[in-house]
Structure formats: C-alpha cells, structure tokens
Design a protein around this ligand. Structure first.
Ligand SMILES: [Zn+2]
Length: 72
C-alpha cells in the first residue's frame, strides 16, 4: 500500500461486498429449502423470512411492516 489513502476504500468495500453476496445467496437457498435454518413469521401481517443463523427471530424486523418476527 503506497498511501494510507488507498487502504480506506479497499478495507471498507471488501467486507461489505462479501457480506452482501453471502447473505443474498443464503437467503435464496434457505427460502427454497426452509429446513435447517427455519423461518421467521410476522405475527401481524404473516410475512415469512428465512431465519438467519445467530439472529433470533424476535430480533428481526418484518420487512413489510417492521414488527418483530417470531419463530414459525
Ligand atoms: Zn409484518
């Protein structure tokens, strides 16, 4: 690295890109299978989302109405 200036942008975009790609791929796969990860459902509007590892359903907000999700 020639300058501290160049480290910033690279460092910032690296993890962000990896996270986004990983999340998208997992969500698509989980939705189709809906097995090991399970699903979270919104008690208000019934929207279901793929449960994410390490994140309890009640800590997730419904993408539709913002209500806390519950385990399906
Ligand atoms: Zn909802």
């Amino acid at each position: 690295m020639p300058k501290g200036d160049g480290t910033g942008p690279i460092r910032g975009s690296g993890p962000g890109m990896g996270r986004g790609m990983g999340r998208g791929g997992r969500m698509g796969g989980s939705k189709a299978g809906a097995g090991p990860g399970g699903e979270c459902v919104c008690p208000k509007c019934g929207t279901t989302v793929a449960h994410q590892r390490g994140i309890p359903c009640f800590e997730m907000a419904c993408p539709n109405c913002g209500t806390g999700m519950v385990r399906k």
